[in-house]
Design a protein around this ligand. Sequence first.
Ligand code: AMP
Length: 439
Amino acid sequence: MTQNQKPEVLRELKKILIIGSGGRENSIAWALAKNQSIEQIYVCPGNGGTADFEKCINLKPKSEDDETIILECQRLQINLVIIGPEVPLANGLANKMREAGLTVFGPSKDGAQLEASKDWAKTLMIENNIPTAKYWTTHSKEEALDILQRFNQPLVIKADGLASGKGVTVCETIEQSKEAIKDVFSGKFGAAGNKVILEERIEGPEVSIFALCDGEKLIVLPPAQDHKRLLEGDKGPNTGGMGAYAPAPLINQQDLKDLTDLILTPTLNGLIKKKIKYIGVIYAGLMLTSSGPKVIEFNCRFGDPECQALMPLMGEEFASVLFACAQGELEKAPKLTIKNVCSACIVAATKGYPESPQKGNQININVESNSSLQVFHAGTVIDQFNNILTSGGRVLSVVAQGESFDKAFDLAYNNLKKINFDGMHFRKDIGYQVRHISS
Ligand code: AMP
């Protein structure tokens, strides 16, 4: 190939459709829009942010059933579909789309089990010598209580299936473990709690690593750290995530290479051994324990809000890389450049989040976005008068980049002051591990 010849995968990528409505999907759309070849990005159903920027529009088909969306993709001649959230992946949307001839970034139903069944993921880890916490799979309260009695230490109780990030209880005491076992078997998580994982409690800093996979090969993105708890000091209930930053300095280039060899490559190989052509993101949530890194969870898609921190680091080749993955031809993709800056993401949530988020409040945004400052929407809609209103718990995030984390976080926090809505709240200590906070 000569210097000015475009790699083969670039040629046909003009129209992309992203499934989802969160901050993750807003940030992916923003990163893809940087690529000059892309003419149009549709987000289905999208949010108040994706309704309103260059090249990007929301797609609202008459009905959101899979068949209608597939027909819309065909009508619009979409070259690439990116499926953002885990639920449609676990339900097999990628399978149906591929059967209909669409090119999709996101694993099929079999591969999505990596996230949709903790037991399945644990088995894959054991089969492939991937380090993880000791565990037991149980199907009844009695069996679980019996294991607790024999192990005689507080456990982590996990519903096997998808539970919107709420299915995990980390217990401090044996008494708490008993309660959590009773709770998880009470039907609180529906079918997700029919099978339950009891896990040994491990300790250490947490970090997330990501691979983009084409079914056989992978490339690795910078590591990220997020903050799951609602309140400062990592207190309060677990949420979808209140902020994140990347690249996590906890892991250097050599560590990332080692973690790829120890975790990401064996995971992909394990999937291949099961005859699963995994196309999409492998997200591994790790705990760096005193006896080495251990996987605490897999996700089959980008994390939210880690994705919002990561996307501004992606070079304009990002779209071509996802397209090449979706075609099973990662080797044809141009090299993905990663901006050498620190990226900070702070989530603003609404009153009542996570239990009962208040909706319908007007949002005022006086931030001028630029190449190092972004506002990514999540729970927002635009009404008939063009007002932006809150429509979900995590409303939006402000993301900023700088040459240090202090600069990136200062820029993000200073601009968060230019946004307001009734009940707005956010954590002031996001990234405390990498900042020099004076107060
Ligand atoms: P998960 O949804 O599996 O990521 O779990 C949510 C949170 O629970 C993680 O981010 C960890 O902080 C914590 N956690 C999960 N598994 C364990 C474990 N085995 N030991 C200690 N903490 C855990």
